[in-house]
Design a protein around this ligand. Structure first.
Ligand code: ATP
Length: 221
């Protein structure tokens, strides 16, 4: 029997800015699944948005500062450098082509993001391209969270749900694993608001990221 492949992790987000809530769920996924590599993928800028005050490049630079010494997390800038907006389904398709049809791929999302999955472009194709690990998040009632799922998403969830992390190494895609992670009630929105009110977000995000925010006067009103 062939040895199971180490799954490859994929974690996308706006990361405006990246914070310890993001970094902690990435670390717990790495440890629980024994990942050797996790792609951290900041989103590009959607076409219909006015140029935001913080650019995609700046968000990626902050993400780089946060993970540059990590042995298993690689900053993947493919969405930032791409001409035109890139949907998650496009990124997963590209990663699937890079890694081949047999490699287990694991997309990490927070519970709030999973509940909104049906709003994602070609959302049901995501299950064919990767497993999805759903990290619990404070404020999302995880014991009753299935009640919050739209019926079509619930149907997929019930069909694909699994509780055994080791099972993700045995297939390239298709399972959904809820993951009880350390609950850190941190959001980028709260950090931006603190900076705007001249309150310090120190200890909610890496010091190097905070220095970058200060040096570039980000989020100041
Ligand atoms: P914002 O407040 O700007 O909406 P955010 O803090 O939710 O930002 P995103 O970059 O939008 O951060 O999130 C990227 C991914 O990380 C999403 O899947 C989100 O659910 C997850 N996530 C963010 N913060 C946490 C957290 N504290 N705990 C668990 N998951 C989180």
């Amino acid at each position: 029997m062939p040895k199971p492949l180490h799954p490859v992790g994929i974690f996308g987000g706006t990361f405006n800015p990246i914070h310890f809530g993001h970094l902690r769920i990435a670390q717990e996924l790495i440890d629980i699944l024994g990942l050797k590599r996790l792609h951290l993928i900041p989103t590009g800028t959607p076409p219909h948005r006015a140029e935001p005050s913080v650019t995609a490049r700046q968000r990626a630079e902050m993400a780089m500062l946060a993970v540059q010494d990590h042995p298993h997390i690689v900053l993947d800038e493919r969405e930032v450098v791409r001409e035109g907006f890139c949907y998650t389904v496009d990124t997963l398709t590209a990663l699937r082509a890079d890694y081949g049809p047999d490699q287990p791929l694991v997309l990490l999302v927070g519970a709030d993001a999973f509940l909104g999955l049906m709003g994602w472009h070609r959302w049901s194709a995501l299950f064919e391209l990767a497993h999805i690990v759903v990290a619990h998040r404070p404020g999302v009632l995880t014991h009753t969270w299935q009640d919050a799922m739209p019926i079509e998403l619930l149907r997929e969830y019930e069909h694909r749900h699994c509780d055994d992390a080791a099972a993700l190494a045995l297939a390239p895609a298709g399972r959904v694993l809820p993951l009880a992670v350390t609950q850190l009630d941190i959001s980028s929105t709260a950090i931006r608001q603190m900076v705007a009110k001249t309150r310090s977000p120190r200890y909610l995000l890496p010091d190097a990221v905070l220095r970058y925010i200060e040096e570039h006067s980000l989020y100041v009103e």
